[in-house]
Write a protein that binds this ligand. Sequence first.
Ligand code: DQA
Length: 152
Amino acid sequence: MSRAASRVAILHGVNFDVLERRDPELYGGITLNELEYRVAHWAGELGLEPSFYQTNSEAEFCGYLHRVGQSADAAIINAGAWTHYSRAIGDAFAVDPVPAVEVHLSDVDSREDWRQVSVFEGLIDDRVVGRGIDGYQVALGIIADRLGIGDG
Ligand code: DQA
């Protein structure tokens, strides 16, 4: 049986455009382009078709989330600091939700208290934190399982 590749949206929020200039101990010192290149490779291995989006505009991020179900079957979301306080972004994702995994490069659960809160709680399938860029590979595997890909 042939079927279209499942589309997974890889969404990055505020400050990911300057990822390589942020604390390398926390965020790995790589560019967003390098991260996306690796993620695209892993997605392809799983038969997933990735798309990538990043913005520093909370309004644009909300607008994208309102329509995410039109362009993607699932999402991996790293909304950066917005994760911890933007109820607007949580509400925007609830408008047209798709199966989703929240990812953070750093271990937000063992950092400051305010980073241990997520506006996506209750809206996402799973979260992967503190595993650096490899966390995206883990998240893609979770998405593939969730979409029933690769299980014969
Ligand atoms: C981050 C964690 C957030 O707390 C922080 O604001 C970021 C990056 C991460 O990937 O570890 O911008 O989302």
